[in-house]
Design a protein around this ligand. Sequence first.
Ligand code: NAD
Length: 482
Amino acid sequence: MVSRVIPVEPFDLVIFGGTGDLARRKILPGLFRRFVAGQMPREARVVGAARSELDVGAFQAMAREAVEEEVPRRDGAELDAFIERLGYVQIDATGEQGWSELAFRMREGVVRAFYFSVAPGLFGALAERLHGHGVAGPDARIVVEKPFGRDLASARALNATLAEHFSEGQIYRIDHYLGKETVQNLMAVRFGNMLFEPLWNAQYVDHIQITVAETVGVAGRGAYYDQAGAMRDMVQNHLMQLLCLIAMEPPARFEPDAVRDEKLKVIRSLDPVEPYHIVRGQYDRSEECPSYRADVDGLRSRTESFAALKVHISNWRWAGTPFYLRTGKRLKARTSEIAVVFKDAPHSIFGVEGGRHRNVLSIRLQPNEGMTLHVTIKEPGPGGMRLVDVPLDMSFAEALGPEAEDIPDAYERLIMDVIRGNQTLFMRGDEVEAAWAWTDPLIAGWEARGDVPKPYEQGSAGPEDAAVLMYREGRKWREIKA
Ligand code: NAD
């Protein structure tokens, strides 16, 4: 059932930051999986470029270790063949070292792509040198990692710097949530079926919940995180992108700009959020783990490791249907889910005994990607008309069996899209700016008010106030469970 793999064109992919954490955990193992699947052609080359003083053998050994760690079931000969295709150039993003060697290594007649897997402060320097040294021509593509700015002003400045050397059509701003199979399936379900779209509006949908819960804390990246917080690190990008896909109008075609135009309209239709519709939290210490403040080494930190918001979209489709967004660290389970909660039937012919039953379409991004539609049926057996909710479950792992393992992970899919030149699943510059334009006043608001995040227990669903946000309107968050 998994579709046939079509190899992409031969390419030279340079990973700036090729020795870093992201390259080791995601990019290199992902490329290996695409190589084994036959999608990365044998003529393709990958060049690690970083500051570390390594020769090609040492880089290949590092890459081998990284792949072995992330891809437990693999064929040794395939791994050897993949590793052979890796090169390395020691380079300084802010200096001149290594650039002529890199220029020399690039081949003519293949796609050139450059993955900026380095700190965002280096993006401008890389763009300038790639252009200045003639390494990247007008057909080259650059892949930019998050965070894309920390507010509207810095995002605009970054867009302007990149635009000095690359056109918008060459810039691939990655949000790996968009590369997930379920996210694309969301579009297939909405726009490929007649069943859902007529109901996909304020008349039939009571509310929508988007939850991205993590069990990890921020230890190890505290210095970065404390400057960002859940709003900048998760809501402005990942949750915003999910919100756009769930709320957007059908694009005329499944083409990059048609899809991104519709997403942009959603962001521009977002209302400012009232302060009492925002809950921020910080995890407390537990018996085993330190508190957020200890993790970031900031005893007075007011940065949130949890955020919950009630958001309104002012357009004809959604006026009156709230969207609840929630994300946090050190929560009960690692899970990402979108739940579309439909309204109650207008009249219950079964009386009060029938109880209150609601259709919920839940779209799971992780773990166990899939969708479930909760429907009401009669409880089987004698004893009258008792109603129960049952899930119509579509777990990809179950539906596809062993082939589910061949579904590419988000990074793999997105890198292949870069090579194919398909920007549909990447954020356009104006989208990112619009998202910051909505986010900035919320952050400025709580900073001006001097709001202090509410403490919450590790392993919980966040602060009590988040539950109240829903409860006072007669609604309830879905349980956070793996
Ligand atoms: P890292 O600190 O592990 O690696 C940084 C890499 O940059 C190293 O290879 C280092 O050699 C290289 N580098 C540093 N200064 C350099 C210079 N002057 N010239 C050339 N190379 C230089 O970082 P990471 O965790 O791999 O993250 C890379 C980027 O990806 C960051 O923008 C980060 O925000 C983003 N990101 C990372 C993750 C993740 O899971 N690690 C997730 C999402 C986004």
